[in-house]
Design a protein around this ligand. Sequence first.
Ligand SMILES: [Zn+2]
Ligand SMILES: [Zn+2]
Length: 53
Amino acid sequence: MDVPGLCAICGRPARPAATCMLCGSLVCPRDFLPEKGICKRCAGGGRRVPAMS
Ligand SMILES: [Zn+2]
Ligand SMILES: [Zn+2]
């Protein structure tokens, strides 16, 4: 459930918004890893996601 303008992870307003390169979710800066360009969820925060290998 992706609500435009809201972080896909924590649900708070994503300002400034960041977009995960893996899942394409809009996330807030707190849930985004700028050094990898992905969100915390894709980075392996508890849940495994098939990553590029
Ligand atoms: Zn967030
Ligand atoms: Zn992601």
